[in-house]
Design a protein around this ligand. Structure first.
Ligand SMILES: [Ca+2]
Ligand SMILES: [Ca+2]
Ligand SMILES: [Ca+2]
Ligand SMILES: [Ca+2]
Length: 392
């Protein structure tokens, strides 16, 4: 049972100072009368020479438990000190790489967005009577967020005409949070989509499709940028666009769905080192203005596909969970002339995935999913800048 030791530690410092205050010589067996120095076993045991250091050995240093992800918690665990015959108390401290103490002296540290990118280590000091060990440091960890924006909340992306990419997280109230931009320009792609975590490292990724028929994975680094890109396979010529439903066939690996020029939808099942050859999901959907995947829109636990027709109606093509889709059913009565559609997952934190659309008038609207496969009342989020070319 470890106690928080901050107050004990302070008392220890006061007592050490007391040793340097001139005091009458102690009679053997009697305690000092100075009121700031409570009697201790050490003083009574060795009265004539004051305190004798004891050995407190570090048997094992602490480990940082918990995932170092924004919104999570870290705690110091697994440490062991040895001091035979003494009752130990413990002090905890967290240090960043600049040796600051950003959040005081707690065993558990809550990670806010400010922590992203910071390398942290935790220390535990043990003390017994008036002696302390040197700090036992834990192996450092670097804090990341799963998303491209630091908040680790649902987000969508806006690509501008000059090729830069903005990450727009939701606010706690389900509105627009603080947008940030990634480093540099993105390669000119005919299609981009956010993949969630495509490669399984816990950080969200982006896929881009290029006119030369190459699909690229841009693995997110959890710090707002990307790691070196990977080619997911050539031979994507004739692919008009693609969508990322998560796991569409129920094997727990994320898949890719493509649409060809005839409007047919194809499933490319993910496996350990890439994608398997495509299998047909549906022949051409008429009229295929846009196709995208919101995740599980009807609440049956299986990823779904949606389409938007030329007159602005939304359709749900419910996934069967085994790589096929049901016939289209209209997803409620909303109807918009839409320039672009983003699939941010659950943006307003009511546990149902939502859509965000850019209207022809330049307005960003939240189209909340109701959880039963339909779209609820649209919520205006604000005006998009004139230079927004695409949402995803
Ligand atoms: Ca990833
Ligand atoms: Ca799969
Ligand atoms: Ca579903
Ligand atoms: Ca929602």
């Amino acid at each position: 049972m470890h106690k928080r030791g901050g107050q004990h530690r302070l008392a220890g410092i006061v007592c050490v100072l007391c040793l340097f205050v001139p005091q009458p010589a102690l009679e053997a067996g009697k305690l000092p009368s100075h009121s700031a120095c409570p009697p201790t076993a050490v003083v009574t045991a060795v009265p004539a020479v004051g305190l004798v250091p004891r050995d407190i050995e570090i048997v094992s240093p602490p480990l940082i438990a918990g995932e170092p992800v924004v919104g999570g918690e870290l705690s110091l665990e697994g440490f062991e000190f040895s001091a035979p015959g003494s009752v130990l108390t413990y002090d905890y401290s967290w240090r960043d790489t600049l040796d600051g103490h950003p959040d005081g002296y707690h065993r558990v540290l809550s990670l806010t967005p400010d922590w992203r990118g910071v390398t942290l280590t935790g220390n535990v000091e043990a003390s017994a009577d008036d002696y302390e060990t040197t700090p036992a440091p834990a192996r450092p960890v670097r804090v990341y967020s799963r998303t491209f924006s630091p908040d680790n909340r649902s987000e969508f992306f806006a690509r501008t005409l000059d090729g830069s990419l903005w990450f727009i997280p939701s606010s706690p109230a389900g509105r627009l949070g603080m947008a940030s931009t990634g480093a540099g320009k993105w390669p000119k792609a005919s299609e981009m989509d956010s993949a969630g975590d495509f490669d399984g490292d816990g950080r969200h990724d982006i896929l881009t499709l290029h006119r030369n028929g190459v699909l690229l994975l841009h693995p997110g680094d959890g710090l707002g940028g990307t790691k070196p890109l990977r080619v997911l396979g050539p031979g994507w010529t004739g692919v008009r666009d693609f969508l990322l439903p998560g796991d569409f066939d129920g094997d727990s690996r994320p898949d890719v769905i493509t649409r060809d020029d005839s409007g047919a939808l194809w499933l490319h099942r993910g496996h350990a080192s890439g994608l398997r050859p495509r299998t047909l999901i549906l022949h051409g959907i008429r009229p295929p203005a846009r196709v995208f995947s919101p995740g599980d829109f009807d609440g049956d636990g299986r990823a779904d596909i949606m389409s938007l027709d030329a007159v602005g109606r939304f359709w749900l093509l419910a996934g069967t969970g085994s790589g096929q889709a049901e016939d289209p059913v209209q997803a409620g009565g909303v109807r918009f002339r839409v320039m672009s559609v983003a699939t941010p997952g659950d943006f307003n934190a009511d546990r149902s995935p939502d859509l965000i659309v850019l209207t022809a008038a330049g307005m960003l609207l939240l189209l909340p999913g109701t959880g039963d496969g339909t779209i609820g009342l649209p919520v205006p989020l604000g005006l998009a800048g004139r230079d927004v070319a695409e949402l995803f």
